[in-house]
Design a binder for this molecule. Structure first.
Ligand SMILES: [Zn+2]
Ligand SMILES: [Zn+2]
Length: 88
C-alpha cells in the first residue's frame, strides 16, 4: 500500500464509524469499507469507516446489501462518503 493511501485510511479510521455518527451513536471504532462503483477501479478516496456491526454484522452493509442498508438506515454509502470527506 502506498504511503498516501495508508495516511488517508488512517484519517478515515480516526473519524470512527460513519453510520454511528449519522445515527448519533457517537464515535465508534471502525474498519475501512471500500465503496465499489460499477466498472470503476478502486479510488483512494472511496472508503468510509464502519464499525464491525455496521460493516460485517447482520444489519451491516455487507449483511444487508446496498439496497437493504439504504432502506434500513435511510442513507446510502455515497452520502456517508460525502459526509466523511467533509470532516477530513
Ligand atoms: Zn457503526
Ligand atoms: Zn466493506
Amino acid at each position: 500500500m502506498k504511503k498516501e493511501q495508508k495516511q488517508h485510511y488512517d484519517k478515515i479510521a480516526r473519524l470512527g464509524c460513519s453510520l454511528c455518527r449519522y445515527l448519533d451513536y457517537g464515535e465508534t471504532p471502525c474498519e475501512i469499507h471500500h465503496i465499489r462503483r460499477f466498472g470503476g477501479k478502486r479510488d483512494l478516496c472511496e472508503v468510509i469507516g464502519l464499525c464491525p456491526a455496521h460493516h460485517r454484522g447482520n444489519s451491516s452493509i455487507h449483511g444487508l446489501g446496498r439496497k437493504g442498508f439504504e432502506a434500513r438506515y435511510g442513507i446510502d454509502e455515497q452520502t456517508l462518503l460525502d459526509q466523511t470527506l467533509k470532516l477530513l
